[in-house]
Design a protein around this ligand. Structure first.
Ligand SMILES: Cc1cc2nc3c(=O)[nH]c(=O)nc-3n(C[C@H](O)[C@H](O)[C@H](O)COP(=O)(O)OP(=O)(O)OC[C@H]3O[C@@H](n4cnc5c(N)ncnc54)[C@H](O)[C@@H]3O)c2cc1C
Length: 399
């Protein structure tokens, strides 16, 4: 039987992944009905500016909008404000009791901040536009900020806080900040950026408990207090609403390489809510990157419509910290060797201008650049080729 194009599509989640899927469907000329289910009051907006321009005040929050009502009307989308509460065969249930019948369901419900045990109410996290507004207000009022967690978002908040004249302490359980994404060698460079900016960086320090909304106790028994605390320890996929559906859940919905989620027919999933099968890693992986959500939307829309699916580019993420743009391409996590490609940072020289390479079996599979965008771009083709090489070799061994 040939491919059946669905009469209507329900997209659950109106973030970047959901909106881009809608745009891609219409871009391919799809004329069926599209319903976009949105739990948030706001129209779709972008999250990267929340920890950057919105927090520093260089953008009004409204500028983070991804579209306006006119654009949604132009796309011919019915927006339903409400929460999806369940998913069945060809159906999506909403919290007001409505059951939407659908020929294709797209799960794009994103993620929510990970919360620590006993985390008091007055402690912040940063995920939504409302969170960014609140945190910005806090920064204008406080003298000291304690950030629990030393990842990308923590570094960006620290950047904005330092610029606002706030005294910042960052507590990170690992030996270096951002080392989950970058590994210890490049993580050490990020640590230098923190310290050079005047941030007090406490690495290798785990939180034992919250004493109150302004005080934490470390494993060592030492207590740290601040006018305000932000917890920034990663995110968890927002997929509780799928409990009871037959969808496979691991670190998010487990989807195939085009976003399809068997065993239910007509279900796709993408973005931060999902781990897609990643052939070079030979496992499911959740990327949590802006570009991945956009690239996956192109893949999902093409697959729904039975068109040729595009080739996914290597994962890409950026972060703006302490005046530098850090760019990451590929899969540093699978490397067995870390090498300097440009600059002196790994040898103790300036961080700016440093490009770090990640090799597996001698092939370049990842690159991280510190304020060196032109050099970074020059390694793109080599990462694509290196990734292809290790994937082919692994495939041959498996066959
Ligand atoms: C502060 C911050 C800064 C970032 N900076 C960068 C960066 O510099 N570079 C980069 O590459 N990436 C960055 N990211 C990551 C990037 O923003 C995400 O990868 C991207 O937003 C994922 O899009 P998404 O649509 O999958 O999820 P989301 O943007 O989370 O959208 C999901 C939507 O679904 C809604 N939803 C959830 N459950 C339901 C339900 N049951 N029913 C209806 N709706 C529901 C949610 O409320 C939300 O609106 C950042 C993220 C944050 C939070």
């Amino acid at each position: 039987m040939g491919h059946v194009i669905p009469d209507d599509v329900v997209v659950v989640g109106a973030g970047l992944a959901g909106l881009r899927t809608v745009e891609q469907l219409r871009g391919h000329g799809y004329r069926g009905g599209i319903t976009l289910v949105s739990k948030e009051e706001e129209l779709p907006y972008d999250r990267p500016p929340l920890s950057k321009q919105v927090l520093t005040g260089s953008w009004e929050p409204e500028r983070a909008a991804l579209c306006d009502r006119a654009a949604l009307a132009e796309l011919g989308v019915e927006v339903r404000t409400g929460e999806a509460t369940g998913l069945g065969v060809w159906s999506v249930m909403l919290d007001d009791g409505t059951v939407l019948r659908t020929g294709a369901t797209v799960v794009a419900t994103g993620a929510v901040p990970r919360v620590l045990p006993g985390q008091p109410d007055g402690v912040s996290t940063l995920r939504t536009l409302g969170d960014a507004r609140n945190l910005k207000e806090q920064l204008a009022q406080i003298d000291t900020l304690l950030i629990v967690g030393g990842g990308f978002i923590a570094a960006e908040v620290a950047t904005a806080a330092v610029a606002a004249g706030v005294d910042v302490t960052v507590v990170e359980a690992l030996e270096h900040p951002c080392s989950r994404a970058l590994g210890p060698q490049a993580g050490e460079l990020v640590g230098r950026l923190f310290r050079d900016a005047g941030v007090t960086l406490r690495t290798g320090s785990a939180i034992a408990r919250f004493v109150d909304a302004n005080t934490v106790e470390l494993d060592s028994g030492e207590k740290l207090a601040a006018d305000h605390i932000l917890v920034s320890v990663g995110s968890v996929p927002d997929v509780d609403w799928l409990a009871g559906s037959e969808l496979p859940i691991g670190d998010g919905v487990l989807a195939g390489g085009t976003g399809r989620v068997p065993p239910l027919p007509g279900v796709w999933a993408l973005g931060d809510a999902t781990s897609w099968w990643d052939q070079p890693r030979r496992r499911y992986a959740r990327n949590e990157h802006w570009t991945s959500a956009s690239d996956q939307a192109a893949m999902v829309a093409a697959d729904i419509l039975g068109l040729d699916t595009p080739t996914l580019a290597p994962p890409y993420v950026w972060s703006d910290q302490f005046g530098l743009k850090i760019q990451v391409l590929g899969r540093p996590d699978i490397a067995d060797e870390v090498v300097p490609l440009a600059g002196e940072g790994l040898d103790g020289g300036p961080v700016k201008g440093t490009v770090v390479g990640y090799r597996k079996d001698g092939h370049l599979v990842g690159v991280v650049s510190f304020g060196a965008p032109a050099r970074f771009v020059g390694f793109r083709d080599e990462v694509v080729a290196g990734t292809k090489a290790i994937t082919t070799v692994a495939q041959e061994i498996e066959d």
